[in-house]
Design a protein around this ligand. Structure first.
Ligand code: 13P
Length: 342
């Protein structure tokens, strides 16, 4: 039985051998994913797809929590069991995405700030009553330049950190553990070194604001990007280099009071995301748990195995189980690429 205080919930979310399944795609995002497999994005298809994921046999051996979308937290399995109850009975903590998306930051071309603070206190109260015990808010930081100025600007980092901290404080007031996600995007031709500098600045801005907003760091989970070369970078860094740079950056910029760090996959391939996590955990013991909170890197193989066809329900579950298990091993430093073939 998981304790109800913030620190106990946060620890359960980053429990050894487990990580988080991000299944909180907004309606436009899930439509994009379904378009790619030629499946219509109807409410029933979305429900069926999420039921396939959540009822994967033995998933709870490797998955500690699931992030849901507003529509999904109100849905049920075909037999009428609400998803939240189904997951809770397995010891999987239900969570909810509460941000309203990244919107253009006025006056700062090419940069965004995440919206969703208005009415958040009331929404959190409802989500708690629906069974959510953690939540997610994603800030989006772009690396690049706009009209000759390098981005991100300091102002963009501060605006996003301020919103993340206001969100986190409201969550803790509502007894909900905030996943705090400052995502530095992989898009672009930047080097790993530039990603490290920007990630460090984003983390510094974030922890300054969390402290100012009196957020209890023992009751949050940090969800950062890895320190990684841009997708268009001519000379992309290898697995070991990404692992070392990421751990170095986190050690220098994340307080040890934070119980766990659960990475996003951000457009990495499923295998790449697992290999990076495995290499980081193989580096030795870290001050915080280092785990995954993947969306695409857990779901992509399941989506393509399923293709919207009921006959592929079990194939989709097998594909998700494989990724969950390999990431569970990676999170313990026990992954090797040779396991992919098994
Ligand atoms: P990806 O792993 O696909 O980046 O998604 C994780 C997530 O929840 C982003 O907010």
């Amino acid at each position: 039985m998981i304790g109800q205080d913030l620190a106990s919930i946060a620890q359960a979310m980053v429990a050894p051998g487990k990580g988080i399944l991000a299944a909180d795609e907004s309606s436009p995002t899930i439509k994009k994913r379904f378009d790619a497999i030629g499946t219509e994005s109807t409410e029933e298809n979305r429900r069926t797809y999420r039921e396939m994921l959540f009822t994967t046999p033995a998933m709870a051996n490797y998955i500690s929590g699931v992030i849901l979308f507003d529509e999904t937290i109100r849905q049920s399995c075909a037999d009428g069991t609400p998803f939240v109850k189904f997951l809770g009975d397995l010891g999987v903590v239900p969570g909810i995405k509460v941000d309203k998306g990244a919107k253009p930051l006025a006056g700062f071309p090419g940069e965004t700030v995440t919206e969703g603070l208005d009415g958040l206190r009331e929404r959190l109260e409802e989500y708690y009553s629906l069974g959510a015990r953690f939540s997610k808010w994603r800030a989006v930081i772009t690396i690049g330049d706009a009209m000759g100025d390098a981005i991100p600007s300091d102002f963009c980092l501060r605006a996003n950190a301020h919103a993340l901290a206001r969100y986190a404080a409201l969550c803790q007031e509502a007894k909900i553990v905030p996943i705090v996600e400052p995502e530095v995007l992989m898009d672009g031709g930047h080097t790993l070194e530039r990603c490290e500098i920007v990630t460090a600045a984003a983390l510094d801005a974030l922890f300054e604001q969390l402290e100012a907003h009196r957020v209890d760091l023992t009751g949050i989970v940090l969800k950062p990007n890895m320190v990684i070369s841009g997708t268009e970078c001519a000379d992309r860094a290898g697995v070991q280099e990404v692992a070392e740079a990421t751990v170095r950056c986190l050690k220098a910029h994340v307080p040890e009071a934070v119980p766990g760090i659960a990475f996003l996959s951000g457009g990495q391939s499923a295998e790449e995301a697992t290999a990076h996590l495995g290499a980081m955990n193989a580096l030795g013991k870290h001050p915080w748990q280092l785990t995954f909170s993947y969306g695409r890197a857990l779901q992509a193989p399941a989506l393509s195995a399923w293709k919207g066809d009921p006959a592929n329900f079990e194939a989709g579950q097998k594909a998700l189980f494989k990724r969950a298990k390999l990431n569970g091993l990676a999170r313990q430093g026990e992954y090797s690429p040779s396991l992919e073939a098994a």
